[in-house]
Design a protein around this ligand. Structure first.
Ligand code: GUN
Length: 281
């Protein structure tokens, strides 16, 4: 089994972004909004800021209290939409219950939507006209490319149908000519479906959900899960120790898919800058 090294690949992607920014003599700017004080979100936001600093991207952080109203948040997004010095806007999810996630996503200017969550960008993705990429799925495609794993003609099974990972991953896999199945909590005989996968993507958010009996010998297994166990350690959606005996390639957690999400976010911020400055169609 070959371990897929997300740290190395993400560094390569971020370095390419950094070099392009330096060569073009530009300074793209990413605004990150964090509402409330979810500790996991705090870590993600800090990592995003660190990556910005590495790449030469200016980052602005807006930390709002847990009790922020939807109107207050939408007013901030409106201000950032209009601010020409801001190229990308990311509101870390989840938001507190008094705020509608959909209202937030709908409000962000699609040209600044570096998460690729807005309906316009999701539509572009499914019709093959995407510019900004869904961060985690595009990060996984970059991992496959780095290891010369071509999805064309392969059977790809995605477990999880979220708007952030499962659905956009299906779009990207289809665009690369994989035969795609998306599984979810109502799927019958999940193990049998997973076992047909040449490329298995686990994005369910349940620790060690994918066991060895669900994996075909020689399959490529991508684990998107980041679950915190009661002892404080991190663990993926895949039972790593058992599945490593069957998979040909496997992502570790941490250090697999996670770092790639941020690397694509950096790429998207550069792309957003280029879109806003007429440097791309
Ligand atoms: N929460 C979990 N993943 C993500 C992500 O990719 N973007 C945002 N904005 N929030 C998230």
């Amino acid at each position: 089994m070959q371990l897929i090294d997300g740290k190395t690949v993400s560094l390569a992607v971020k370095t390419a972004v950094k070099d392009a920014i330096a060569q073009e003599g530009i300074e793209p700017c990413l605004a990150v909004i964090l509402v409330g004080n979810d500790p996991a979100s705090r870590v993600y936001v800090n990592n995003k800021k660190k990556a910005c600093s590495f790449c030469g991207i200016r980052s602005l952080e807006y930390t709002l209290p847990q009790e922020t109203t939807q109107d207050e948040l939408l007013a901030l997004i409106d201000r950032l939409n209009k601010d020409e010095s801001v190229n990308g806007i990311l509101c870390q999810l989840p938001v507190p219950p008094q705020i509608s996630e959909k209202a937030v996503i709908d409000k962000i200017n699609p040209k600044k939507d570096v998460d690729c969550f807005h309906n316009e960008n999701v539509g572009r993705l499914w019709t093959g006209n995407d510019r900004l990429k869904p961060c985690t799925p595009a990060g996984m495609m970059a991992l496959l490319d780095y290891y010369n794993i071509d999805p064309a003609g392969k059977r790809c099974v995605i477990v999880g149908r979220s708007n952030i990972v499962g659905k956009p991953m299906a779009a990207l896999m289809l665009s690369r000519n994989a035969t795609v199945t998306v599984c979810h909590s109502k799927t019958q005989d999940l193990a049998a479906v997973c076992k047909e996968a040449d490329i298995l993507v686990a994005a369910v958010g349940r620790p060690k959900f994918i066991t060895a009996d669900m994996v075909k010998d020689g399959a490529v297994v991508l684990d998107v899960g980041i679950n915190r166990l009661p002892d404080g350690s991190l663990c993926g959606d895949v039972d790593f120790d058992a599945v490593k005996e069957k998979a040909s390639y496997l992502t570790p957690v941490p250090g697999g898919c996670g770092p790639m999400t941020i690397a694509v976010l950096m790429q998207n911020t550069l792309t957003a800058y280029r879109i806003q400055n007429g440097m791309t169609k």
